[in-house]
Design a protein around this ligand. Structure first.
Ligand code: E4P
Length: 218
């Protein structure tokens, strides 16, 4: 499974890139607002840190403007994935931009029928939003399972499932079990993935016992 980080905070991206676990980045207009910096500048900086796909979202809602914005974003770096909303206009733009040879991430997916449409439009990634479905009392993980089953039924569908709107470490584990190709994870959750109290307890014990031997390896 590939790990993307869901942030436009360059400092956090640098720190996580140092772990060697970071395969890409996703941003959206809300994250750009939070970063408080010009979008084109921040996306360029992210692309200079991360070699994998960096999703940058268009803000137009009509196909032709989406295509124009997408092409401009794609000029930033070769690893840009143009993010488009799951609307008819978005899917038409998806077809045009993938025909240009660009990566496209179709976002705001809340049903397996939408995911099927995005795959038929040639999307590189489909982003089902797990957490926002859970927030409504629905089962976000079930959507990942349904999309996996549908995509596996058809050899000609090569779209990768990018589990998004992740709120917990358990979401990451469950998305991996369900066969998501990628998870885009908030920085705080990505950092938490390594923690287990028994690891900490076990290490403390090993270190104490080693000290008691009076030995050293070097
Ligand atoms: C995905 O690409 C989105 O940026 C993100 O995962 C949305 O997450 P949220 O529901 O926590 O805003």
């Amino acid at each position: 499974m590939q790990f993307f980080v869901d942030t436009a905070d360059v400092g956090e991206i640098k720190t996580l890139a140092e772990t060697g676990m970071l395969d890409g980045v996703t941003t959206n207009p809300s994250l750009i607002m939070k970063a408080g910096r010009p979008m084109l500048e921040v996306i360029a900086e992210i692309c200079s840190i991360v070699d994998g796909p960096v999703s940058a979202e268009v803000t137009a809602i009509e196909t032709e403007q989406m295509i124009a914005e997408g092409r401009k974003l794609a000029e930033i770096a070769p690893n840009i994935a143009i993010k488009l909303p799951l609307t008819w206009d978005g899917l038409k733009a998806c077809r045009a931009l993938t025909a240009d040879g660009h990566m496209v991430n179709v976002t705001l997916c809340f049903s397996s029928a939408q995911a099927l449409l995005a795959a038929k439009a040639g999307a590189t990634f489909i982003s089902p939003f797990i957490g926002r479905l859970d927030d409504m009392g629905l089962d976000g993980m079930k959507l990942i399972e349904e999309i996996r089953a549908i995509y596996d039924n058809y050899e000609d569908l090569s779209t990768e499932i990018l589990a998004a709107s992740i709120r917990t470490t358990n979401h990451v584990q469950q998305a991996a079990i369900a066969g998501a190709d990628v998870a885009t994870i908030p920085p705080a959750i990505l950092s938490k993935l390594i923690h287990h109290p028994l690891t900490d307890k076990g290490l403390d014990q090993f270190l104490a016992d080693w000290k008691a031997t009076g030995q050293s390896i070097l």
